[in-house]
Write a protein that binds this ligand. Structure first.
Ligand code: THU
Length: 136
């Protein structure tokens, strides 16, 4: 895979990963989301001595996007260490579902580069979305 938006997203996700605060898991993750307007927002995981208070990289990137006025995500990059795919956790799949279309690509990367591209629907089939709240 090689397009300039993707390459820039990887650079930003890597930079975010470097800033991860992950002294408990020692598992550093970076993420970057691209909006319809082309804006890019990165984030890293931020852990806490009270473990459940930790925040994933995807959540940080989404928070940065929303804080800056972004709404819709058209592409996602996640970078993690280890040999396995650093796929978003269940909570982050729900978070991505909120701001992405089902066919939005999620590029899962390792330190060496792209490992696999999935869609949000691949990650989150039968998602609970705003329409599910319709009680009529
Ligand atoms: N983590 C993320 O930030 N994103 C993922 O996609 C998977 C896991 C973080 C949460 C925690 O800080 C650490 O990785 C270990 O689970």
């Amino acid at each position: 895979m090689s397009n300039s938006a993707f390459d820039e997203m990887v650079v930003l996700a890597r930079a975010a990963q470097e800033n991860a605060h992950a002294p408990y898991s020692n598992f550093h993750v970076g993420a970057c989301v691209r909006t319809e307007s082309g804006a890019l927002y990165a984030g890293c995981n931020v852990e806490n001595a009270a473990y459940p208070q930790g925040q994933c990289a995807e959540a940080s990137a989404i928070g940065n996007m929303v804080t800056s006025g972004g709404h819709r995500i058209v592409e996602v990059v996640v970078i993690g260490g280890g040999e396995r795919l650093c796929t978003p956790c269940g909570g982050c799949r729900q978070r991505l579902t909120e701001f992405c279309d089902p066919d939005t690509p999620v590029h899962i990367c390792g330190t060496e580069g792209l490992r696999k591209t999935l869609t949000v629907a691949d990650l989150m089939p039968f998602a609970f979305v705003a329409d599910n709240l319709d009680k009529s």
